[in-house]
Design a protein around this ligand. Structure first.
Ligand code: SAM
Length: 232
């Protein structure tokens, strides 16, 4: 996806403003209707950035590891629907997502594999062109996907990993500490909207959203711990 910056993301907010407004409203309504039976994880900025990058990159094959109740799945599928192209392959041990994702989003563009992704490596398409990881947050899992998933997808694949920066530093012995160290060793820069790690990003994007009238929260959770980068 090339270097992401506050400026490039701001430009995407402006470019996709109207479609994003509709998706935000739909997601907010879905959450309100489901109440406590819907457990959503992704925070607003990181979900919106995922949507905007998917719109701009127009990937044909997206892989999502970790769906839980399907909150991120719905954001991703909304982007593919609005692109009019692209297929999502999702993996999770639990299948709550299957009951949650509306048919309007999933039909013809979604394949879900239930089970431990470590046993389904062969189902990750070799032509993956966007990789989304929000699954097991232990160090061992991070070593596994660095060693097995990253080499199985094309060089340069845009990738995001959730739950890295809940604080200014990733927790010791966590997935986050492994991936951040690995990125540094590879000389790969990452972008994060994390309130703890990059408060200037959160502040500037909040201004952009306010100017566009996109500031009513979808969820009230301000952490945004996700990182975004391109594989080497
Ligand atoms: C934090 S939740 C995902 C939240 C979701 N992305 C969202 O936006 O709401 C993590 C999910 O990863 C799944 N998971 C953990 N380890 C896994 C593995 N080895 N293979 C597949 N799924 C896994 C868990 O079952 C859980 O549902």
């Amino acid at each position: 996806m090339g270097a992401i910056s506050i400026e490039s993301i701001s430009t995407l907010y402006v470019k996709y403003e109207n479609d994003l407004r509709e998706v935000r409203d739909a997601q907010r309504n879905f959450l309100q209707e489901r109440g406590k039976s819907m457990k959503a994880q992704l925070d607003d900025l990181e979900a919106e950035i995922t949507y905007l990058l998917l719109r701009e990159l127009r990937p044909e094959v997206v892989v999502e590891i970790g769906t839980f109740y399907g909150w991120s799945t719905m954001w991703i599928l909304s982007a593919l629907r609005d692109n009019g192209t692209g297929h999502l392959h999702s993996f999770d041990i639990v299948d709550n997502v299957v009951r949650n994702v509306p048919e309007e989003l999933s039909a013809q563009r979604w394949t879900f594999t239930k089970g431990n992704v470590r046993e389904h490596l062969g189902r990750i398409p070799g032509k993956t062109d966007y990789l989304f990881i929000d699954a097991d947050h232990g160090a061992r899992f991070a070593h596994w996907y660095i060693d097995h998933v990253f080499p199985a997808v094309p060089a340069g694949t845009p990738t995001s990993v959730h739950d890295v920066f809940h604080g200014r530093r990733p927790k010791p012995l966590s997935e986050g500490s492994v991936i951040v160290k690995w990125l540094a060793e590879q000389g790969i820069e990452f972008f994060t909207p994390s309130a703890a790690k990059a408060p200037e990003v959160t502040a500037q994007l909040s201004v952009v959203k306010k100017d566009l009238g996109l500031d009513e929260p979808v969820r009230n959770s301000p952490d945004n711990p996700m990182i975004f980068f391109d594989l080497p």
